[in-house]
Design a protein around this ligand. Structure first.
Ligand code: F58
Length: 838
């Protein structure tokens, strides 16, 4: 992999046990950390102790960059991106840091010299699963790219004590287990209690006049919670930059301990303390649905207020004035979860720093940009006005005032259009009154973006149409991207090595250089090597599936993979209908010529989402029947891989032949798994949805299996009155597939189990499975035929990789920097510790 020689130590004189990179120094440092931090010596140490010792050894090698970076930003007052996100799905840190520092090989060697195995040590790490899916993982990819591109940035989020639940499968059904990722300690964080801040909740407000006779408001809260920051290092790839992810942990304020003494109500006080700490206890496990819980709103204001106070502290420490806030910081809102930023920044500037409304509003609007990630109506956040006012009385007043001024402007531009006022208002008054967070974000931001071209178009035409008519200049599109460091270099070393050998290794940070592979697409010996790499990766995954699921999988079979959150709109059940159809065809005609296939699924369902859980059960029910049918041996296998997370994703993408991206058109904002698959040489079967559209444009229609209704066709069909029953009656194979589920073929004869799922499909089918079924099955036939022509398939696979350069998160971040953030890169000089003045 990368040579260590690339590390820039020019400015640093000392090469000691905490910075040195020779195998001897690394080994000494490792044993030193084992002894002095873990308090163990080799005979007593567990694998986890060894992992910790290695993690500290690597962290030491990050610290110089980290401190030099912080020092440079402070001294230069660099313009900084504050990326606010309720989720950061970071995934395991050790391997990724080794790649970015360029010390993977040398550390692997040093560890081997000590008689240990790097892969096994990496397995010991509990991954920080502080996100649900695409939105949280995108935030993590963006942090990597900002550091790699030397863009000053601070990620701000919540240090959930429990991340996304661990998924177990019992009797074919999902069981949730709490994720105690901090149990054995987290070597990748530094607590910074000295920068703790207080956050107020509840209570009421009072008006008063200050000494200069100005009308002011003071907020008397019911409760105060302390936010303690924990910092994680974010190392760029082969740069000296090491940025920070700052996650807030909720604690009871010190005052509690004092009150315990005086009030005598020790247990009551401890109760309050516990309830404060509940704030950062657990990540809400919903994907693309908003639950409207009070605790969730409390989490949002908690991390937003902590982060804004932190920014104001940094501003002051750098000797900058409040009026310079928007020069120093640009705040990116990762969907509406941090949208209360608009009101909280106003409150801090006015109530705590004495600015006028106009001055505060000017700063607020210049500082904030908003990214929308969803077209699902049920995911658009809105809070009952009563609940909002009870928790955040002052913010509600501010929002009313923003709304009042905003609607005045609208009225001036569109006189006598009360419908439009009602549609645009920050308050939904159609029934119970709600605060609409997307509206707050739109009014308070200078930029509003979607995450793929189609998604942005649909925002403009539909979900945010009125805002687009009002502020067309705010709208822009930023197609998502993924980091090639984690999702190629780290996860697919074989393909990486072959790419390095063929086109050099600069593609890792300039992904469009993959283009140069095109010249090799026809080369038989290159094709042969390419194929062998895919086979080896499939062999690794087959071994994993043998261990996990007790199945013998043929690595020659077509690996047909759908891994992502389980959701009706993503249509895992459409995939299942195809499997059942294929099964019936093979039973009816045993001589049918189709390639052997292994269908692989993975993904979590939100614990309260019953239909999604039934979908998992259906996959497992079908797997049970097919995998036990002797007639299907060497022909079909179905596997559900439990607990899909970042680590498992990294095993799966490199082994996929076919990537399933089959959402109903107009529902998947972008998708990013689609990119990870294609970058690892999988060919896509997909609808014209989200970034699939752009992926197909890039890789070429002939290298992409397209099927299904387009977004306009979906709208048209629904408008004209869609009746799934017609499709059921009109297609004998579809009828047979649905009937077999209904009579209990895949539920041990129990005809009740899947009834809700099938009833919903036959009577409603909101995601048009039945309408898309025939085209999907026909398209899968073409996939099967194409796979049988190995040369043809390999060529498609190579061209997919060669043409995916656009989908690097580096490109996305460059687009944000150019169009939205206007943040210049700040190269970092490594400084000696002794020279640091602080
Ligand atoms: C996802 N959204 C989109 N939301 O569904 C996906 O198409 C896109 O590629 C990705 O964002 C990145 O832009 C998503 O993951 C959530 O999980 C939210 C979590 C919190 C509750 C609301 C949904």
């Amino acid at each position: 992999m990368q040579p260590a020689a690339n590390l820039n130590h020019a400015a640093v004189q000392v090469e000691d046990d905490r910075t040195g990179l020779t195998p001897e120094t690394l080994k000494r440092a490792f044993l030193d950390n084992l002894f002095y931090i873990q308090g163990k010596f080799p005979r007593l140490a567990t694998q986890h102790d060894y992992y910790m010792a290695l993690a500290y050894t690597v962290r030491d090698r990050l610290l110089q960059r980290w401190i030099s970076t912080a020092a440079a930003y402070t001294e230069q007052g660099s313009r900084t991106v504050a990326y606010l996100s309720a989720e950061f799905l970071m995934g395991p840190q050790l391997g990724h840091n080794l790649v970015n520092l360029g010390i993977y090989d040398i550390v692997q060697q040093a560890v081997a010299d000590l008689g240990l195995n790097l892969d096994e040590l990496m397995e010991q790490e509990a991954e920080p699963g502080l996100g649900n899916g695409g939105l949280g993982r995108l935030a993590a990819c963006y942090l990597d790219s900002m550091a790699t591109l030397e863009v000053p940035s601070l990620g701000y989020g919540i240090r959930y004590e429990f991340g996304i639940f661990r998924q177990d499968i019992r009797n074919g059904q999902q069981v949730e287990v709490t994720d105690k990722w901090l149990r054995l300690g987290n070597p990748w964080e530094l607590p910074r209690p000295e920068w703790a801040v207080d956050v107020k909740l509840g209570g009421h407000t009072e008006a008063y006049t200050d000494r200069s006779g100005r009308y002011r408001v003071r907020w008397i809260p019911y409760q105060v919670i302390k936010g303690v920051p924990y910092d994680m290092p974010i190392a760029g790839y082969r740069t000296n930059t090491c940025n920070t992810l700052r996650l807030w942990s909720a604690q009871a304020p010190e005052a509690f301990d004092f009150e315990i003494f005086n009030s005598g109500d020790y247990l009551g006080a401890v109760q309050d303390k516990l309830s404060s700490e509940n704030l950062s206890k657990v990540l809400y496990p919903n994907d693309n649905i908003s639950q409207g819980k009070r605790l969730r709103l409390a989490q949002q204001i908690f991390f937003v207020s902590c982060s804004l106070q932190d920014m104001l502290r940094i501003l002051a420490r750098q000797g900058l004035a409040l009026s310079q806030f928007s020069q120093k910081f640009v705040i990116q809102l990762n969907d509406t979860h941090p949208a209360v930023t608009v009101a909280e920044l106003m409150r801090l500037l006015m109530d705590e720093h004495g600015l006028s409304w106009d001055a505060a509003w000017d700063i607020t609007q210049r500082s904030i940009a908003y990214t929308n990630h969803t077209l699902m109506p049920e995911a658009l956040e809105k809070w009952p006005v009563d609940m909002f006012g009870q928790l955040l009385p002052r913010h509600l007043e501010i929002i009313y005032e923003i709304n009042h001024r905003f609607l005045e402007q609208v009225r001036a531009r569109f006189p006598d259009d009360s419908d439009r006022l009602r549609r645009l208002s920050l308050i939904d008054e159609s029934g119970e009154r709600y605060v609409r967070m997307a509206h707050l974000a739109c009014v308070g931001s200078f930029s509003i973006n979607g995450v793929a071209a189609l998604h942005t178009e649909l925002l403009k035409q539909d979900v945010l149409k009125d805002f687009y008519e009002l502020y067309p200049e705010k709208f822009n599109s930023k197609t998502n991207g993924v980091t090639p460091r984690r999702f190629m270099v780290l996860s697919n070393p074989r393909q990486t090595e072959m790419l390095n050998r063929t086109i050099g290794d600069t593609w890792v940070s300039r992904l469009d250089e993959l283009k140069r592979l095109e010249a090799k697409a026809e080369d038989p010996s290159f094709q042969h090597d390419w194929h062998m790499i895919k086979q080896a990766n499939k062999g690794d995954l087959a071994n994993y599936m043998a261990k996990q699921n007790g199945l013998v999988i043929n690595p020659e079979s077509l690996f047909d993979v759908q891994v992502k959150r389980i959701h009706e709109y993503k249509r895992q059940h459409l995939n299942v209908l195809h499997i059942i159809t294929l099964y019936h065809r093979l039973k009816a005609s045993p001589n049918l010529e189709v390639p052997p296939r292994t269908f692989i699924f993975g993904g979590k369902a939100a614990p309260g989402y019953h239909v999604a859980k039934l979908m998992i059960r259906l996959v497992n029910g079908v797997a049970e029947v097919i995998n036990h049918d002797p007639a299907m041996r060497d022909r079909l296998k179905v596997v559900f891989l439990r607990n899909f997370n970042v680590r498992l994703a990294q095993r799966i993408y490199p082994a996929a032949d076919l990537s399933e991206q089959i959402s109903m058109a107009g529902k998947e904002a972008s998708g990013t798994g689609n990119m990870k698959f294609a970058l690892n040489g999988a060919v896509t079967i997909g609808t014209l949805d989200g970034a699939n559209v752009e992926i197909r444009d890039e890789v070429g229609a002939e290298n992409f299996f397209l099927f299904g209704l387009t977004a306009p066709e979906v709208y048209a069909l629904k408008a004209q009155g869609y009746n799934p029953w017609d499709y059921y009656q009109g297609d004998p194979e579809l009828k047979q597939a649905l009937d077999s589920i209904l009579v209990g073929t895949f539920s041990r004869g129990d005809g009740e189990v899947f009834k809700p799922l099938i009833d919903s499909l036959l009577n409603w089918d909101p995601y048009l499975l039945l309408a898309d079924y025939q085209d999907y099955v026909a398209c899968q036939e073409r996939v099967g035929q194409a796979f049988c022509d190995r040369t043809h398939w390999t060529r498609m696979s190579i061209l997919n990789v060669a043409r995916m350069g656009l989908f690097s998160s580096d490109r996305s971040i460059q687009d944000y920097c150019r169009d939205v953030w206007r943040t210049p890169a700040v190269p970092i000089e490594l400084t000696d510790h002794a020279q640091l003045g602080e």
